[in-house]
Design a protein around this ligand. Structure first.
Ligand code: SF4
Length: 221
């Protein structure tokens, strides 16, 4: 188990550095903030895959104006959904996917976004990251949402030694004290975008540099 004191110090160091850099909240958190509607978290997370944060935000807002709930999304045709979220990445495929998901949730789950991991993962195109964010941000449940940033930084810091986000999630459940489960994703996504970047991280700026083993980092700035 990782020491609470150690994780606390990382949270405070990383947050202070990000605040000094004026780093905004990731788009899905920004959408969920003040309105933790599982429907919005689910849809905006799906839009966010392979899409820049600012595009995710504007595309999601347009879609929520046209379809404020599951029922209205289920009644839209896939082409209109695609046009509404364009230029999000893979907007045509996402138009079809969102239509299918909304229809399933309306017909099989009484228009309520499921609140268990297994059912969420059974929805078309919903993976671990999306399902965890819905449980985490949408339902306030303790779920560790592991995306590529969390997976990479947890490995670089030497917390885990894993090959896939799924294995990282499993391992983090064993070693990370529970109170850090919900905020971990947001912090490390922001840190991965600004400092511990995927290619050539800015280790010279990072307060953890002296004790970070930098596992898997080939070059850094
Ligand atoms: S020292 Fe470098 S590799 Fe380690 S957490 Fe900081 S930025 Fe990432």
């Amino acid at each position: 188990m990782l020491e609470e004191e150690y994780i606390d110090s990382i949270f405070s160091e990383f947050s202070s550095l990000l605040a000094s850099m004026g780093s905004p909240l990731p788009s899905v958190s920004a959408i969920a903030e003040g309105n933790n509607d599982p429907y919005r978290v689910l849809v905006s997370t799906l839009i966010s895959l392979r899409t820049k944060d600012d595009v995710t935000l504007s595309s999601s807002e347009r879609l929520f104006r046209a379809a404020p709930d599951i029922g209205s999304l289920a009644r839209m045709d896939p082409e209109t959904i695609a046009e509404t979220i364009k230029p999000a990445g893979f907007y045509k495929r996402k138009g079809e996917q969102l239509k299918r998901i909304a229809t399933i949730i309306e017909e099989e789950y009484g228009s309520r976004v499921p609140d268990d991991m297994e059912t969420l993962l059974s929805l078309p195109g919903v993976g671990l990251k999306t399902a965890s964010l819905v449980l985490n941000l949408g339902y306030g449940m303790d779920a560790i949402c592991v995306d590529c940033h969390v997976h990479q930084i947890a490995n670089r810091l030497g917390w885990v030694d894993t090959k896939t986000p799924e294995k990282t999630e499993e391992k983090l459940r064993e070693i990370l004290p529970r109170r850090f489960w919900i905020p971990l994703n947001e912090l490390l996504v922001r840190y991965g975008q600004k400092v511990c970047t995927s290619v050539s991280p800015f280790c010279s700026l990072c307060p953890e540099e002296p004790r970070c083993p930098k596992k898997g980092v080939r070059r850094h700035r």
